[in-house]
Design a protein around this ligand. Structure first.
Ligand code: DCT
Ligand code: MG
Length: 540
């Protein structure tokens, strides 16, 4: 360690799983290249400050500490909508020079990369500073990079055998349904071929035509559902079940393939993809396992604790986007509705229609709830109409009434778009920006998409910021308390923990504190916690 000067810029060369070497510079002039899979203890020394590019990609495999600045992460924060975050692209953009063509670590190219990282640091720091995002970078995104890498290395245990059994189970359903589909159609055909499907449905069976597309008429799941309701032809039931089951099957196969030697799945969290600031999960995607279906819950039951850990805990924020909407819009009625402690959606529905909450029927509650989330997520009147199965004019009318009643929300949403148009970007409570150049587009379709993005980016983005702060709070509090229980996953507004024997109560207190204190809103953040022998059992 003593021989390594700080700060240093470092770049790694890896194959699938092994480090092949690395390059460093201590001054931006001279570069040092080292071959081999060994690095000294200094790589985990937090006092040896490092400049990196895309450090989490490496942190997925081995521990790196002391990352002071990551050029990919900073470039993402500066312009979260950018798809061009490779070192070459940001080097072109901010330094006006290239880093050469390909080559491995030990060529000219890589001394250029390492020098590019070094030179980019002050430039990107200035860009962050100018946008007022220094604190967000230092206090949130940079520490989250390290935490996500640690969570990825930890992974989550699964019952591989049970997942394999699920795969066989769903395979046999697909096979049986395919057989039935063939007999319903009166001949064998490839159920996955849109072309053959079109011939059977529209030519052979003469069923009503769906929407036109490039190859004829669409056969997507939604159209098949429509066609089933229209015709009640049994073939469509088989086809729909095949679609649903195949999707689940591919999720399961993805999970099975991802089980590592340690019996755990190590997803990769994408920190620099979503323009809102949300995380996504890939290889495999653990954020898209169906939540609401019986089958989805069964898949979650195969995510389990591994010795010496004994249970899993899930903790999620309830209605976080709506709480943020209440806070940002400062709508008195919405804040009251939250504070009244009665059922939020019924209370809101009663206010919109002018009846008492107890008079609100489930359908009205559902509509108002969809309305609220629609606003928070940037759904159009058209999308709302489709979701509620009502006409667009009915949806518009509902939205009108809703916004009249919650005038603060209406004012807020108008202001958000107007301000974003003027500034060119939206901001979260914590200063995360999203640039939306299309807000000043002449093209109406593109402009309206940008307007909806402007509406929901502050709410979704603030929710993303808050849960990230909660994760960091947890790390601090858990370390201070000396507990061994650990954070495994983040699924949007939910965190999943693995519990060390005897720590249930301590963990619950820490998690409540960490999540509850992540932001000060006009109404408190509400956290639900569940404990169980699997992810499904821990859900609530
Ligand atoms: N959701 C959505 N649009 C809807 C309904 C739900 O986007 N029409 C999303 C956002 C919240 C998340 O799903 C969880 O859904 P619920 O638990 O149904 O929401 P809730 O506000 O907790 O309502 P409830 O009191 O009915 O559980
Ligand atoms: Mg709920």
């Amino acid at each position: 360690s003593k021989l390594v000067a700080s700060p240093l810029a470092i770049d790694f060369n890896m194959n699938e799983e092994q480090l092949l070497g690395y390059a460093v510079t201590f001054d931006g002039n001279k570069t040092y290249e080292v071959v081999g899979s060994q690095i000294g203890d200094w790589i985990t020394d937090p006092k040896i400050l490092k400049f990196t590019h895309s450090a989490k990609r490496y942190g997925h495999f081995f521990e790196i500490d002391g990352i002071e600045f990551d050029t990919e992460l900073a470039a993402y924060l500066i312009n979260a909508g950018s798809r061009s975050l490779s070192l070459g692209e940001i080097c072109e953009k901010y330094l006006g020079r290239g880093i050469g063509e390909g080559g491995d670590l030990f060529s000219e190219f890589d001394s250029q990369s390492i020098l590019a990282i070094w030179d980019l640091v002050p430039v990107l720091k200035r860009e962050l500073q100018e946008r007022g995002m220094n604190d967000l970078y230092i206090n949130l995104e940079n520490p989250i990079l390290n935490l996500l890498a640690k969570m990825e290395r930890t992974g989550i245990a699964v019952d591989r055998k049970a997942l394999e059994d699920e795969a066989s189970h769903f395979k046999s359903i697909v096979a049986a349904e395919t057989k039935e589909a063939h007999s319903a159609a009166g001949k064998e055909f490839n159920v996955n071929s849109p072309k053959q499907l079109q011939a059977i449905l529209f030519d052979d069976l003469g069923l009503p035509k769906t929407k036109k597309n490039k190859t004829g008429y669409t056969t997507d799941a939604e159209s098949l559902q429509w066609l089933y309701e229209k015709s009640k032809h049994p073939l469509l039931q088989n086809l729909l079940r095949i679609r649903e089951t195949s999707k689940l099957l591919s999720v399961i196969e993805g999970l099975v393939a991802a089980v590592a030697k340690d019996g755990r799945i190590h997803t990769e969290f994408q920190q620099t993809i979503a323009a809102t600031g949300r995380l996504s999960s890939t290889n495999p995607n653990l954020q898209n396992i169906p939540v609401r279906t019986e089958e989805g819950r069964r898949l979650r039951s195969h995510f389990i604790p591994q010795k010496p850990f004994t249970k899993l805990m899930t903790a999620d924020y309830s209605q976080i986007e709506l709480r943020i909407m209440a806070h940002l819009s400062n709508d008195k009625e919405l804040i009251e509705a939250f504070k009244s402690g009665e059922d939020l959606h019924s209370t809101m529905a009663s206010l919109v229609v002018g009846i008492t909450p107890s008079e609100v029927d489930p359908e009205l509650r559902r509509r108002i709830k969809a309305m609220s989330y629609g606003l928070a997520y940037g759904l159009s009147a058209f999308g709302l109409a489709a979701q509620l199965d009502i006409s667009t004019s009915e949806a518009n009318e509902l939205m009108q009434k809703y916004l009249e009643r919650f005038g603060g929300i209406q004012d807020y949403l108008k202001t958000v778009v107007a301000v974003a148009k003027k500034k060119g970007y939206t901001e979260t409570m914590f200063g995360r920006r999203r640039y939306l150049p299309d807000l000043n587009q002449d093209n109406k379709v593109r402009r309206e998409i940008a307007e909806r993005a402007a509406l929901n980016a502050p709410m979704q983005g603030t929710a993303a910021d808050i849960i990230k702060f909660a994760m960091l709070n947890f790390e601090t509090l858990a370390k201070r308390a000396g507990i061994k229980s650990r954070l495994l996953l983040q699924v949007h507004d939910e965190l999943i923990f693995e519990i060390s024997p005897g720590e249930e109560d301590d963990l619950e207190n820490i998690v409540r504190e960490a999540m509850g204190s992540a932001a000060k809103l006009a109404i408190p953040l509400d956290v639900n916690i569940g404990i169980g022998a699997s992810w499904a059992e821990a859900a609530h």
